[in-house]
Design a protein around this ligand. Sequence first.
Ligand SMILES: *Cc1c(COP(=O)(O)O)cnc(C)c1O
Length: 399
Amino acid sequence: MGVRMSHWQELENRYFMHTVERIPLTLVKGRGAWVWDEDGRKYLDFVAGWAVDSLGHCHPAVTGAVMEQVQTLIHTSNQFYTIPQIQLAELLVQHSCLDKVFFSNSGAEANEGAVKLARRYGKCCRDGAYEVVTARNSFHGRTLAMVAATGQDKHQQPHLPLPVGFVNVEYNDIEAIKAAATKKTCAVMLELVQGEGGVNLPEEGYLTAVRAWCDKQDILLILDEIQTGVARLGTLFAYEQFGIEPDIMTLAKGLASGIPIGATLAKNGASVFSPGEHGSTFGGNPVACAAGYATLKFIIENAIAGNVKEVGNYLASGLEKLKREFSFITDVRGGGLLMAMEFSSDIAQSVVMACLDRGLLVNRLKPNALRFMPPLIIGKGEVDEALDILEQALSGPVA
Ligand SMILES: *Cc1c(COP(=O)(O)O)cnc(C)c1O
């Protein structure tokens, strides 16, 4: 691409394992929906740390809570009670259909906790059932077990053999779940909208059918809301929009506005861990939980989900307008502030670079698709700016 590497980028090249193809941009500062690079250039951020920076960059509610907590108590062991984790747990339970919470440090870990819990349930209540049925094109994280849960060859092939106990079936196909299930099945694990796997929406009736069937079989339904939860789709949790409730739900990404956190939530009937069966050194860390509590409280008290719905619709109609303008845009889909735009050919990377040149960060979802996931506090004016830049980028020599 002939891009000159900066000092920091050269050092990275020397010292890092290259697990990600980086965009040649070193970010040094962020405020709201904007970030700045090392040369002081400003960018509108429609990636938001992969749907993590819910309240935007350095929101005062979050920085205030973190600063106060780091000056009060940074860490202690989970053998002791600490207040921020209890406050966050209470808020999560009060505002969801779940009853109990376990905190970890990431999405993959939250899902590991969910699967361990489901296996524990299988052992104690379902004759030793341990298998989990998951969907193709799902994404559940990067630990070995979650790679097995993630139904994508590109994530599985480099790491074979994978841990046993996972069956990947076609998404949006209840019959495929029924066919894959055996006496050994303890849970079905799904995303409500598949995020990393393509922003794929559930078909009408799929989720309610899965829920009803799981109930009949006494199989747990785990909803991975790591990307869709915490107002990303325009309701505090996405399950609210689909008329179902999970037995176990996982959260991470947007929960603490950028401070690492994971949460595994369960209904009382599925909360079957006994002391010692699961744990984490850092999980429930006071600083992370203070950030989570501040984020969630702000989202609830300021009706941020309503903003997501409104601004999300505005973004969607802007993207639809571009689809009518450019014949090589084949699809616009998503919900809330999680949207995708698909092209008839593999131009996503050049569109990403053309947007970058003009001061907009967007995510290459697939070789032929982009993903938009700005902070949840974004306004229509910023959406207009992003749409303008995207239009210019699409008008250039990308297609
Ligand atoms: C990002 C993501 C994960 C993994 O989260 P990490 O924090 O990267 O481990 C799991 N599930 C879904 C749906 C995700 O979007």
